[in-house]
Each structure stands twice: as structure tokens, then as C-alpha cells.
Design a protein around this ligand. Structure first.
Ligand code: AMP
Ligand code: MG
Length: 408
């Protein structure tokens, strides 16, 4: 027997409600700065020093006093300062041979790059072009001042962030613990690639693709994935998988089986073990989406259709998992771009169409927008976020969300 239709929800309402459940944030742990890419800072990082630590040379050349370094002046080279050493105060009327990154000696107020000088005798250099005051000097603290918050709590670290943290001397960083996610796919039609060759697939069987992209999406969000595989379409198997997954995970994530058909066992099983809200979200692709709890674990049920599963993950599960890690930036930032296609019959739901940037700086549309066509996600490099009922004519401005941002 089919259950009553779930309530229709706007994406914004569903997301707001989902995010309210992403509390409390996971506790902090220390990780090596080498391993902190993709993790969310649990504390502000405050610099105990200035970067660079002292004025230093931006060029290989000569440190001089501007007053001495007129064009054509010949100066005695009084010292040599390679990177990693520090010189002595520069005597008036002399120049110091200096290399990139080396501290500028006291008294010097400009660097003349070596291309603008000529050594004329042993220990003497002729200035070819007079320098401006401060030329080629990188100032102490121009990158980071002492006491500054270089990276704030809630910041999700990328390669540049880990480099900056290392640059202020931090070998270990306080980050939110990795969310533990128990993942399983439902559907008796599913077969794992490698188990049955394509020519031997029984009628009605399909390969499990969701399991592969969901694992990678979770890993990119800093999660530890506990993969329970494919769970058969029976109440008993679904209950057992949910119980097992709830024991040791922060989130149980499933794909398929959340419609209200009689082969959809997720809903009754989650309701038996815990609580469940089933929403029909007014987006395309997408629609059925479930949030609940099983024991201490959050539960999220994604639709089975691959594109729906992928897109609802990006729009809902991604911000949920980021918030669970205490991330400050949850919303994506759409870019206004020009459609190079027509979309005359808009849906009454908000649509996320797979598109690709073209060389003219516009967006092309993938021809088949069906929720089962995963090719559209590979061909596309993002989605257009199109409001309900909004027809599009070529030349119109639309809101583009790049996958580069959603998959980061
Ligand atoms: P369901 O939500 O279980 O009704 O599934 C909707 C559609 O998605 C059906 O055509 C399923 O065969 C397909 N589907 C469900 N799970 C997967 C999966 N893991 N990989 C590929 N397709 C799937
Ligand atoms: Mg199914």
C-alpha cells in the first residue's frame, strides 16, 4: 500500500530545516598541517610573528642607499648577503651584493637589480639606473602582521590555507573531526561493476553508479566513509543495515528507495527505528528527499536516479556536512551568465539544468536533462539555477553555479 504523498517543500525551506539539524558541530582534533587540506578550522589561527619577518630583497642585485646610487655611480661592494644569512649595517658610499629573500641591511633603502648594474672591477659595481626609494624591498609584515588572525574559525582549508598556516609556523592545526558517514545503496536491480560483465547482465539489472560518485563526493568533503554496499529491497535487510550503520556513524546516507512505492523500504524502516521527515522538494531533478534520525545518527535518504541523487547531494548534503564541521561558508555563489540556448517550457519547479561554458563566454545546454542521464553531469561544468516557471531565451542572463565550486 502506498503512503500519502509527502509535503511539497521549497529548496530554501528544506535546506534551512536540514541545517537546523546539523547541530552540534563535531568536536575538534589536531591534524598535521600536511593533512589539513579540505578540513574546517575549529579555532582562529593567530600569527605569533610577522611575515616576512624582516625587510628583504625581491631581487638578486645590490642593496644601496638611494642617496649614493646615482646613475653611473661606482660603489665598493662591502658585503655579500645570500638568503638565509643576515648582513651588517651598510656603510655609506658602498653597496651590498644581495640575493632574493635575503634581509636588507640596515641603512640600505633600495635594491638595484643585477640587470641594472655592471661589475667594473673586483669589488666595485657601477649603477646603471638610479633606484627609487624602497625599490625591490619586500616589507616586513606585508603578508601577515603579528597578532593577526590569518585564518578564521570556520574556514575550510585549501592548499593555499595550509601553506599560509605553515608560514606562521604551525605544524598541527585544530580542525573539526571528520564526519563518519555510513553509506548504502538500495535496489534489487543494482549490480556492482566487476561482478557481472555487461553481456551477462540479467534483464532489468543496472550497474550501481551512485555508490561510486557518493563515495567520492563524501571523501572530498572530508568525510570518513563506511560503505555498507547494496542493501536488498526488503524490510528486514533495510532495518539491519540501518541499525548497523547507526552504531558508529554521524550520518547514514542512502540512495534509492525513498519514494512512496511499495518497493521503497527506507521510509517505514527509518520510522520503525527512529524518526523521519520525507519531503518532496520542488526542484528538478530531485524531488524525494528524506531527513531523519536513527539512534544518535542523522539519516539522509537521497533519490535513486543518479542525477537527482548527485544534485540533491550537492544542494543539500554538502552544506549539511560542511555545517556539521562548523564551516562558515555554506552557500554557493552563483555567477550571472548569458544563456546561449532557449528553454521555452520551464517547469513549475525550480530547475537545475546541466550546462557548459562555451568559448564565447556563454552557456550551452545539454540536450537531455533527464534525471537518469549521468552523461549530463560529465558533459556539463555546472548548473543553471532557474526559478520556477521561468522560460529562457538565448541572450537572457541566468544564474550559473560551477561544479568547480560545488565539488570543492
Ligand atoms: P528509486 O528511488 O529506488 O525508486 O530509484 C529510482 C531510479 O534510480 C531507478 O531507475 C533505479 O534503478 C535508479 N537507481 C537507484 N539506485 C541507483 C544506483 N545506486 N545507481 C544507479 N541507478 C540507481
Ligand atoms: Mg529502488
Amino acid at each position: 500500500m502506498n503512503a500519502p504523498r509527502p509535503p511539497l517543500q521549497s529548496l530554501d525551506d528544506a535546506l534551512a530545516e536540514l541545517l537546523r539539524h546539523a547541530e552540534p558541530p563535531l568536536v575538534a582534533e589536531q591534524v598535521s598541517t600536511f593533512d589539513a587540506d579540505g578540513r574546517v578550522l575549529a579555532e582562529d589561527l593567530v600569527s605569533a610573528l610577522q611575515v616576512p619577518p624582516q625587510d628583504n630583497s625581491a631581487m638578486d642585485g645590490y642593496a644601496v642607499r638611494v642617496a649614493d646610487a646615482k646613475a653611473g655611480a661606482e660603489l665598493a661592494v662591502s658585503q655579500r648577503i645570500p638568503a638565509g644569512s643576515s648582513g651588517t649595517p651598510l656603510a655609506a658610499g658602498t653597496a651590498a651584493r644581495i640575493f632574493t629573500g635575503a634581509p636588507v641591511p640596515a641603512g640600505a633603502d633600495a635594491i638595484v637589480m643585477q640587470e641594472d648594474c655592471t661589475p667594473v672591477a673586483d669589488g666595485v659595481v657601477r649603477i646603471g639606473r638610479a633606484p627609487a626609494l624602497g625599490q625591490w624591498i619586500r616589507r616586513a609584515g606585508e603578508d601577515v602582521t603579528r597578532g593577526a588572525i590569518v585564518l578564521a574559525k570556520g574556514e575550510r582549508l585549501g592548499p593555499a590555507g595550509v601553506g599560509l598556516a605553515a608560514g606562521i609556523g604551525l605544524a598541527w592545526l585544530p580542525v573539526a573531526r571528520q564526519p563518519r558517514v555510513g553509506l548504502f545503496s538500495t535496489g534489487d536491480e543494482l549490480v556492482m561493476p566487476g561482478e557481472v560483465p555487461p553481456q551477462d547482465m540479467r534483464p532489468g539489472a543496472i550497474y550501481n553508479s551512485n555508490r561510486f560518485f557518493l563515495r567520492r563526493l563524501l571523501a572530498r568533503l572530508g568525510c570518513e566513509v563506511n560503505d555498507l554496499g547494496i542493501v536488498p529491497d526488503t524490510r528486514a535487510a533495510t532495518l539491519a543495515a540501518l541499525e548497523r550503520a547507526s552504531a558508529s556513524n554521524d550520518l547514514i546516507l542512502t540512495s534509492g528507495g525513498v519514494s512512496v512505492g511499495e518497493e521503497d523500504h527506507i521510509r517505514p524502516a527509518v520510522q520503525q527505528l527512529g524518526t523521519l521527515d520525507l519531503w518532496s522538494i520542488a526542484i528538478k531533478p530531485g524531488k524525494p528527499f528524506a531527513y531523519g534520525r536513527v539512534g544518535a545518527a542523522h539519516f539522509i535518504g537521497l533519490p535513486g536516479n543518479p542525477v537527482s541523487s548527485f544534485v540533491t547531494f550537492l544542494l543539500l548534503v554538502r552544506p549539511f556536512l560542511l555545517k556539521l564541521q562548523g564551516a562558515a561558508q555554506l552557500a554557493t555563489r552563483p555567477v550571472a551568465m548569458r544563456a546561449h540556448f532557449d528553454w521555452p517550457r520551464a517547469d513549475k519547479r525550480r530547475e537545475f539544468m546541466r550546462v557548459r561554458r562555451n568559448e564565447q563566454g556563454g552557456l550551452d545546454l545539454f540536450a537531455n536533462q533527464s534525471s537518469g542521464v549521468l552523461t549530463s553531469m560529465v558533459w556539463g561544468d555546472g548548473v543553471v539555477d532557474n526559478p520556477p516557471g521561468q522560460a529562457i531565451k538565448a541572450g537572457d542572463t541566468v544564474q550559473f553555479i560551477p561544479f568547480a565550486e560545488l565539488l570543492a
